[in-house]
Design a protein. Sequence first.
Length: 333
Amino acid sequence: MGDWQAVCDRAMALDESGAPSDQAISSDQAIRDFFEQFFTPLSVRFDGSARGLFTGYYEPLIRASRTPDARYQVPIYRRPPELVTVDLGDFRDDLAGRSIAGKVENGRLQPFPSRHEIARGALAGRGLELLWADDRVDVFFLQIQGSGRALLPDGSMIALGYDGPNGHGYTSLGRLMVERRILHPDHVSAPAIADWLRDNPVAGADLMVENASYIFFRRLDGPGPLGAEGVPLTPGRSLAVDRAYLPLGAPLWLAGGMPDRETAPDEAPKPLERLMVAQDTGGAIRGGVRGDVFWGFGDEAAYLAGHMAHYGRLWLLLPTPLAQRLFASAEKS
C-alpha cells in the first residue's frame, strides 16, 4: 500500500485545472511524463499470450413507464431483498476477484431463478418492478450493458444503475448465433443481433433465455453510471476487467483498435492507444488480457460499443518501487 499511497498523494496534489501545487502539469505531455517518471509498465499475459480481445459498452436509451399498459409490458426489476452476493475472495485467496450470488434457504446458499424462470414469472406480483419497458430486446441489451437511461412518456429521464446479478453464468448470444449459423462471424455486432431478435420474436425470445444471467437495477440520482469500483465511469477511459487478474483502480495502457465509420469492415481498425483505468467488471470479461471499454451515452457511443471487437495488448502500470521488487523476486525464483 505504501508504494501506491506515494503516487496517489502526488496525483491528489493535482488541482482541478490539472496543475499540482509545486509544478505545472497541465498538458497531455506533462501528464505522460508524470506516469513515465513514477510508474513502470508490465506487459499483461494470459495463457502464454500477450494478445487478447477488447470490446465496448455504453449507456443505452430505452423507452419505459412507471406503470404498465398496452405498450409498456416488459418489467425492469429492482434487486430482490433475498438476493445475496458473496465475494469468494473473502474466504479463499485463490478465489480473489470471483463472486457468486443466490438466496439462502434452510441455511444453504441456493441458486436464484434463471432468466428463463424470471421470464416465466418467478418474480411477478411482488412489486419489484422498477419500470416497465416497451421492448424486451432493449431490456436484454440494457442488462448486457449494465446501466442506461429510461425515457418516460412525459419526456423526463431516469438513470438506471447496476444493482447485482442473479448469479447464473453469462452466455454470449453472438457466439450461439455463429455456432448455429444464424450470423456469419464477420457480421456479428450488437445491432445485427438486435435486428435478428426483433425480426424473429418467437425464436429470439427462446434464444435470449439461453443466457441465464439476469441483471437487476436501481435508480441513480447522482453522477453515473457507477462501475464496480463505485465511482462514475469516464467515457473512453474506464475499462471493465477480470478482477481475478487485474485490480480495480489500476492504471493500464491499452494498445488495440476501435471502430471507424469511414473504415471498411475488412480494413485494419482505427488505432486505440491510450491510458485507461480498471474501474468495472462484466460477466463476459474473463481472462487477463480482456477488456471492455466504456464509451458513454449517445449515438456515437452506441456505434463504438456495438461494433468494437478488436484484439490488442495491455500493460499494467505499477509504481516503480513495487515493479522493481517484483522483478527482483522473479529473478530469484
